[in-house]
Design a binder for this molecule. Sequence first.
Ligand SMILES: [Mg+2]
Length: 460
Amino acid sequence: MQRRNLLKSIAAAGIGGLITPREQKAQTAVEKAIRGLPAPKIKDVQVIETAPAGVRLTVVKIVTDQDGLFGYGCATFTQRADLVKPAVERYLKPLLLNHPVDRIEDTWQMCYDSSYWKNGPVLNNAISGVDQALWDIKGKMARMPVYDLVGGKCREAADVYRHASGSEIQQCVDMAKQFKEQGIRHVRVQVGTPGYEGYGAGGRGGAMVKGLRDTGAVFEPAPYIRRALKLFEECRKQLGEEIELLHDVHERVTPSQAVQFAKDCEKFKLFFLEDPLSPEDIAYFRLIRQQCSTPIAMGELFNSPHEWLPLMSERLIDYIRIHVSQAGGFTPCRKVAILGELFGVRTAWHGPGDVSPIGHMANVTLDVVSYNFGVQEYSEFNANTREVFHGVPVLEDGYVWPSTKPGWGIEIDEKAAAKFPFQGTPGSGAAPSSNTSNPRSGLNGGWGEVRKRDGQIIKQ
Ligand SMILES: [Mg+2]
């Protein structure tokens, strides 16, 4: 540039707005790029329901007014699966049509506030479907995986834990050995209690104890605790110290039993003890913290910041393990992860079979961008699930890897999804899909009705 022209451009920029030709050129290029990509608008909001592994998965698809540009988000609430679809179609879709896709925070807040009463699982899952679909779209627009959109990876992949179980202690230990041989470094161990219903054990050994109510499943906390402690002892004997052990109480014991159990676990050096208390009993976490050093994980039932904020800010738990769609999606859980970093609480996002592969990808994305990542629960995807969801997270040597493709990197074959309709929902006339013998368990997609010997129903 001639000196005369340079002086002219400086004069044109005015005092306080000095700009060099190089900066001008860069700004023009950015403006041109932005002008070339107008913010797309939401043209349609659809709900995909599919159960390729027998578990009811719900995914929201947001279609934009630009050809071929759409996104997917996990909205899976399998225990009340039929309610999420109308929440999306009847209440969120009218808010969203013609709304620009580029303002994710604004859209999330708009959806969240629109019901006035909020923080319930149905509406939070509906919002999550929308939220994650918008992140998928933004990633596709930027041609980046979502982890790059939020700053990029701080680790290559996420350490996972797998589930070892058995009706007998040796079965569980043998399964844990197999995982160890496969390179898995973290294993959750659950064992059946002879005569009683358990959680996550896949069997109990012996006939069920007869209870006063004829509902079949009987649970008693004391025999469960004694059995679990024997399991940990045997795990340490046979597996050694070079494996991280985890265990899920599934909030089935009383608060004082939880405190005692956490103390008794201390010598086995668990990686974490999960859900020793129900969300209703969170005040007792302080007692556990005061009395022992067993690391505590909590949060898969949480819906609201009112639940996790006190536990995290007072450093009463070690791992926060929210079910991401249950809390409203990627946007709020990214904030939870950052909050955890400030208070020394690590993440262990809920990752069982009742999270869709889109939700699993959101989990792994949070894992690789959060400095305070702890561990990731991982569930295998069966052949039917892979037929529906193309590009699921990959497990290798005990690590799960996010897709490197733009957005979540997952495409859904909707024709394949339609081959696996929901089963066992009220009024559908279809048989329940359930992994227990309780005929009512299909109604809620969970564990059915479990009662103590005297007939009292238990939290689970
Ligand atoms: Mg759990």
